[in-house]
Ligand binder design. Structure first.
Ligand SMILES: [Fe+2]
Length: 134
């Protein structure tokens, strides 16, 4: 079942929300590539796209934090950096092992679960700060 960008995931910041939509789409494409057994090339491409887009999105979010002098920048950036490391390790794993049951499980927990949690917590805090200080 595909993940949905539901109302409770909206932060109210249009840039952040549109990038979050893309990220959810990218997770769904990766799950799709696994489910349909689309072949290694497609799987690798989808995984790589997700990783690249995550890096771009984090960079955009961090630039906003710097621009608005977000007081929690250092902590938020560290959370991003830790996730980037975990995600890139995982993408290497999926590239070498393919869509095993364990790897598909990790897409759901490590990638989608993490993302949804992060959006609902940290990113909503950030968007609220930008809104009241913009
Ligand atoms: Fe974030």
């Amino acid at each position: 079942m595909a993940y949905q960008f539901t109302k409770d995931l909206e932060t109210g910041n249009s840039l952040i929300d549109s990038e979050h939509r893309q990220l959810i789409d990218a997770v769904n494409s990766l799950l799709d590539a696994c489910a349909k057994g689309q072949g290694r090339t497609q799987l690798v491409n989808t995984a790589q796209f997700l990783l690249n887009y995550t890096n771009k999105h984090f960079a955009d979010e961090e630039a906003l934090q710097v621009k608005y002098r977000y007081p929690d920048y250092t902590r938020h950036k560290k959370i991003h950096d830790d996730f980037k490391k975990q995600a890139s390790d995982f993408v290497k794993k999926i590239q070498s092992e393919g869509p095993t049951v364990a790897n598909v499980g990790q897409i759901n927990t490590l990638l989608a679960g993490w993302l949804i949690n992060h959006i609902k917590g940290e990113d909503k805090k950030l968007a609220a700060f930008i809104k009241s200080n913009g």
